[in-house]
Design a protein around this ligand. Sequence first.
Ligand SMILES: *[C@@H]1O[C@H](CO)[C@@H](O)[C@H](O)[C@H]1NC(C)=O
Ligand SMILES: *[C@@H]1O[C@H](CO)[C@@H](O)[C@H](O)[C@H]1NC(C)=O
Ligand SMILES: *[C@@H]1O[C@H](CO)[C@@H](O)[C@H](O)[C@H]1NC(C)=O
Length: 743
Amino acid sequence: MLALCLIVSLNCSLHQARTHVSYELKDDVAVVRLNDPTAKVNTLSLQMQSDLAEVMGEIWSNEAVKSAVFISSKPGCFIAGADINMIQSCQSSEEATRLSQEGQKMIDKIDKSPIPIIAAIHGSCLGGGLEFAIACQYRIATRSKNTVLGTPEVMLGLLPGAGGTQRLPQMVGLPDAFDMMLTGRRIRAEKAKKMGLVQQLVDPLGPGMKPAEERTIEYLEEVAVGVAKGIVDKKVPLTKEKSFKEKLQDRVMGLSLVRRKIYKTVSEKTQKQTRGLYPAPAKIIQSVQAGLEKGREAGYLAESENFGKLVMSQESKALIGLYHGQLACKKNRYGTPEKEVKTLGILGAGLMGTGIAQVSVDKGLITILKDTSEENISRGQDQIYRSLDTKVKRKSMTSFQRDIVMSNLSVQLDSTGFQNADMVVEAVFEDINLKHRVLKEVEEVTPPHCIFATNTSALSIKDIAAASKRPEKVIGMHYFSPVDKMQLLEIVITDETSKDTIAAASSVGIKQGKTVIVVKDCPGFYTNRCSIHVLVELLKMLQEGVGLDRLSDLGTSLGFPMGFPMVVDEVGHDVSLHSSQFMLSSYGSRYGGADTDVLEVLVERGFKGRKSGKGFYLYEKGKNYKKVNHEAVDILKKFPLTAPPSVSSDWDIQHRLMSRTVNEALLCLQEGVLRNPAEGDIGAVFALGFPPCIGGPFRFVDTFGADRLVSTMRRYEEVYGDPFTPCQLLLDYAKDPSKRFYN
Ligand SMILES: *[C@@H]1O[C@H](CO)[C@@H](O)[C@H](O)[C@H]1NC(C)=O
Ligand SMILES: *[C@@H]1O[C@H](CO)[C@@H](O)[C@H](O)[C@H]1NC(C)=O
Ligand SMILES: *[C@@H]1O[C@H](CO)[C@@H](O)[C@H](O)[C@H]1NC(C)=O
């Protein structure tokens, strides 16, 4: 092994200097420090791996070194995972398999180290970082809230490919290992200790002469060096005596019958949850099973081959694309605003206004919530208090912190404090005259730099800005309900909106924890332009006699989180009616196809969807499952439409829904409403529930093929006309097969 290490180190020193890993001897302990100078977090990149191999080669060949400590110099990060770019640059599954095998080998060497190695973990220890840590002989973690351990690979459609599927079950037992790998759950230090992932915890330090992070890392190092010496002196045992319960558990897991039962249960559960649309979970189970039933060698092989297959899968590419897109949408692409928004005024304490206040005050903004109704503001205040109190109950916040946060919120009937507002978001009733009045009142009482943001979904920002003295400060901020749960914020700009206003609105949105896309003003903006097509097409299909349950299944089997008719029930039939009429009047026949009179009748009958207890389905409080509302079905039958069988197969139903939506997304890019495909995909996934395994409308076109989509749409166009006319951008892509939205 020694010879091998030396060869590795020779190879490395030939082409690259050591930049990511350094070490220092403290008596007979080698303290190995990880620090990637080119990035904010450490990853197991090629450079990191070769530096590590080189350093370990030196350490292992130095007889004076009796133990080693791995520690990161990065605040808040041990190793955040593998290098995604390295994985993405693989051109074939064989190449990805080799990458996995190299990782397995490197980490196996750590596992078989002749001297004990201690992983001293502060901050994120995820993916490849965790696989690396669990190969060490001992782990110490800080009790900091920044310290999280986990194997999130499944969320990128991958599996832990550096021995993790083999080592983790040995370490924490089969059920916990499956739970970690199949959910990607992040585990806090305390829990990690209970599970047996780490052996020891240390408390983080507060700030002193140096910042808290630095002091914590130094202290952690001190403890780890002590433990390393203790292990060498046999004062600290490497293996803990197992408890009776643990021994019993081992015995039970030793029975192949029990293991088989677990594989079966877990497989069935994941199959149900993924509907077979996400290949990674099954491959994780398979890799674990191979190792446990046929030995480590077979396990490593299964793991690396499965990893290779997953890296090349469409699903993983889609998920990784979304991951990159989301990172980009959580950065402010418009620079730092001239004046940071510190005080935020919110008008309207309805569901939206209150939700916006909640996510703002929570993130350190001074928040003023104003409404004209006493009842509404006190209800708003209650709701915000309760949401914070839930955090106290879950121990993610102390009651003291809750009270300080609440002290930054003021709920009121007048405009006190608005003279200090840097931004005002209005969420008042959707009426242009009311919005104009509100805008003028706000401009009266706020300073000249104050931004006016409107949460409208039906009015044009340009029309609202027409009443403004400073239209460059007017912007749309389209939140989604419920605000605290929905990740997306759609910022809407006009030609007059200034860059600084966009920068300020983006920074507020990002601070509120949102994934932000920026689109140009147009009726429906981006997200509603896409979603209303689904609504109209769905209604048309119901009128054509497609059953509710069949429509529901066809949606979920594509990967939508909820059956389409249930989505309409959630949105509300009154809202649907209003939105579809609005889009029809704005864009004409492209939004046609269904007979919206049917919605009118449904609304008249009080079938407004979930909120009224009746929609397409019947809802009962406290019950999640719902029965078909036969009265609504009878109403649908009174507005029949006919569809030829040539466009009515299951596949056609799915692709009629898809193609209309996807075409509209492309049209938005063509018109410059969207800035780029990535924001379009993020918007569709996070606002419409577009299936993550497909990755969004633009990735769908890349995968499905633009020419194939055009010919599919032409077939529907023959029957239904305009809604299925492919846009110019799609036609251009169809003509040139080398054109893709993603490379
Ligand atoms: C109070 O809130 C409700 C529900 O959000 C809304 O219907 C009502 O108009 C509001 N009242 C006032 C006076 O704003
Ligand atoms: C309250 O607002 C101030 C001013 O923006 C901020 O510095 C402080 O952190 C906020 N407090 C909390 C608990 O968020
Ligand atoms: C704010 O945006 C939401 C989401 O589109 C919408 O439902 C609501 O009507 C908008 N306006 C107000 C006044 O809340």
